[in-house]
Ligand binder design. Structure first.
Ligand code: C2E
Ligand code: MG
Ligand code: MG
Length: 640
């Protein structure tokens, strides 16, 4: 038999959800039925009692009174039982619908029998058989029976009723009666079937919605890359744990985990393998920290909220896993810990503190675990302050641009300036880039600063022009993240056009380490920038570890040698050889060379000797405010 026909007849197997839905609907309906029957029968009992017993109406004999009374009692008792069972079911005191259905069925049988009995008496007295009809409607159409059950129940009761009546009256039903009963039976059956299908399709629709919701729910708590729980889930559940009075806070700990050298792994083996690595590690973390909360915060950063008991053994297990999966690149694990001090702690703050502790040992060789403590609190608070106040700093003018001169080696004259950010804070006073740039980068807010610096530089160039002075080019520092966080190319183009500044006047310094990251947006942006005529400088060359690759892959106008080449310049004869060779290599690649951090006359002499074209450093001038720069140029301190 076709599935559709089976479904129509109700001989199919319903899903548990649909069965439960129909069960619940029937039990709710039976509560109404029970209440109505109880009221009606109470009325009938009282009426019979007053009329035939108390007032002594003699139109009915004792037998009549007794049989009617007993019928009312049976019916009211059945209704009361039905009511109790149904209410218990709704209150979830009974879990299975089987009991409830047994009671509904018993109630139906009693009601229908009652209907048949009373109606057959009425029939023999020449009255209408409305009790039977009413009971049929009541029982068959109010409860959603499966169509096949409705058919059997209604047909059998109609046949039995006909037999009872014919027997009691001693004659056959008239043809009119037969047709009327048939039509009524048919209509009632159709009403019942249609109600059943309406409820069933409502149940199916609900079930689909529920399924869709389940999928969405799963997605909403899942980390896209690794499939473990996401940060939202992690934070919400920590909140629950923290507020549970039975949990001892001193037993709990936030862990922030950072996989060492993961970026290098990504570079070496590609994104796809990098992702696989993270997924594998995520699952391992879930396994090691079972019964704990585990999530991936970003990139290769994982967070765990767990019990302090056994925590070191578990961390060791993670490290072991990492070591076992290590390939050519040395991989390790740094962990920061934080014990929640109070129930009202914002879980995000807990994560930040663990992360902060971890960041302190990031480049340490001998430590791989650090717990957040009071000593760290001050610098952490400063860091939070910076993140929370970057908008204020930009809007209130706390961000200033300081200019450091860059000189041409041959002439000894200033040929341009580097714009360096300073934060003059009402609370903390003078903040240097080392205080705020790493924080803004790690919090992905650096674009706000760089946008502000660029705009200030443009305004300063306007001011120089208004003074009728010569405009020197300015180099500004651009963070790798800027290319992710904003349309940097658009910003630079728009700004230079609006201020009518020739593009050659703005030089962009991008640090070498930025270019090691596998970021396609950066590649494109670098190409677009040089297409648009901006001068690109490679900053901090030599500070990273794949410097030569960068030279090969990108075309820069200027290479800026990192100042670390000049540290202990005298004691390290090799440094001189390296600098000499880099300068030579850059020349061959047709790039201009600049060395930063020049502090002594001796260094300057050497750089001049080997042909480094530009120099920058305290020897020539520290970064200074705009007014000082203008003054120094005007009074001839700086020859331009
Ligand atoms: P950088 O771009 O390599 O800038 C050179 C840094 O070296 C500056 O530090 C400068 O003051 C310092 N310096 C210059 N000459 C000497 C010297 O002779 N000896 C010594 N010891 N230091 C010297 P500063 O201003 O503290 O900036 C640090 C870094 O912060 C910069 O390194 C740059 O990477 C970043 N930075 C500064 N301003 C901005 C900015 O507006 N945006 C972004 N994204 N980064 C910035
Ligand atoms: Mg720079
Ligand atoms: Mg530099």
């Amino acid at each position: 038999m076709g599935v559709k026909i089976k479904e129509w007849l109700g001989i199919n197997k319903n899903t548990p959800y649909v069965s439960h839905y129909l069960e619940e609907a029937n039990i709710k309906a039976s509560i109404y039925m029970a209440v109505v029957v109880i009221m009606l029968e109470l009325f009938m009992i009282l009426r019979t009692l007053v009329k035939y017993v108390i007032l002594g109406d003699e139109s009915k004999d004792l037998h009549w009174v007794i049989t009617h009374f007993s019928s009312y009692f049976i019916l009211i008792t059945a209704a009361i039982v039905l009511l109790i069972v149904s209410v218990d079911y709704i209150r979830k005191k009974i879990s299975s619908g089987v009991h409830a259905y047994a009671v509904i069925l018993a109630f139906a049988a009693i009601s229908l029998s009652f209907g048949m009995y009373i109606a057959s008496v009425d029939y023999t007295n020449g009255n209408q058989v409305l009790t039977f009809i009413g009971m049929e409607l009541y029982i068959i159409a109010l409860i959603s029976w499966r169509p096949i059950v409705s058919f059997v129940l209604s047909s059998s009761t109609f046949i039995v009723f006909r037999i009872i009546c014919q027997k009691a009256a001693g004659k056959e039903f008239s043809e009119g009666d037969r047709i009327n009963y048939f039509i009524f039976w048919l209509f009632m059956l159709m009403v019942s079937v249609s109600l059943y299908h309406q409820r069933r399709s409502a149940a199916l629709k609900d079930e689909k919605l529920l399924d869709a919701n389940k999928v969405l729910e799963k997605l909403s708590v899942e980390d896209e890359l690794t499939g473990i729980k996401n940060v939202k889930y992690f934070l919400e559940n920590i909140e629950k744990i923290l507020s549970d009075p039975s949990v001892r806070l001193s037993d709990k700990i936030f862990l922030f985990m950072d996989v060492e050298n993961f970026k290098a792994y990504n570079n070496q083996y590609g994104f796809h393998n990098g992702n696989k690595y993270l997924k594998d590690l995520a699952l391992k973390l879930e396994e090691i920290f079972e019964d704990s909360l585990v999530t991936r915060q970003s990139d290769d950063h994982f967070m765990v909220f767990t019990d302090r008991k056994n925590v070191f053994r578990r961390i060791e297990e993670v490290k072991k896993h990492i070591a076992e999966n290590q390939r050519d690149i040395k991989q390790g694990l740094k962990v920061g810990g934080y014990i929640p001090p109070e129930r009202k702690l914002d879980p995000r703050l807990g994560c930040d503190r663990a992360r902060y502790a971890c960041s302190i040992i990031k480049s340490s060789r001998d430590r791989d675990y650090l717990e957040y403590d009071e000593k760290m609190h001050e610098s952490f608070t400063k860091r939070q302050y910076i993140v929370n106040n970057i908008d204020n700093a930009v809007n209130e003018g706390w961000i200033r641009v300081f200019y450091q001169p860059i000189i041409r080696t041959e002439s000894g004259k200033v040929c341009e300036f580097e714009a360096l950010a300073r934060w003059i804070d009402p609370k903390y006073g003078f903040l240097s880039p080392a205080d705020f740039i790493p924080v803004l980068e790690s919090m992905r807010q650096i674009d706000k600063l760089d946008r502000c610096i660029f705009e200030t530089v443009c305004n300063d160039i306007d001011r120089i022009r208004e003074m009728g002075k010569k405009v020197l080019p300015v180099s500004i520092n651009i963070s790798r993240l800027d290319f992710e966080l904003m349309d940097t190319v658009e910003m630079l183009e728009e700004g230079t056009s609006r201020h009518n500044i020739p593009r050659e006047c703005i030089h962009l310094e991008i640090t070498e380490s930025a270019l090691n990251e596998d970021v396609t947006s950066l590649d494109n942006a670098v190409l677009r920038l040089s297409d648009k005529g901006f001068n690109l400088w490679l900053d901090d060359f030599g500070a990273g570890y794949s410097s030569l690759n960068v030279l090969k892959d990108y075309s820069f106008n200027v290479v800026k040698l990192d100042m670390k080449f000049l540290t202990n310049f005298n004691e390290r004869p090799k440094a001189k050889i390296i600098i000499r060779n880099i300068i030579k290599l850059a020349e061959d690649l047709e790039m201009t060379t600049l060395t930063e951090g020049v502090e002594t006359e001796e260094q300057a002499v050497f750089l001049r000797e080997i042909g480094c074209e530009k120099m920058q450093g305290y020897l020539f001038g520290k970064p200074m405010a705009f007014d000082n720069m203008v003054k120094n140029i005007s009074d001839g301190t700086y020859a331009v």
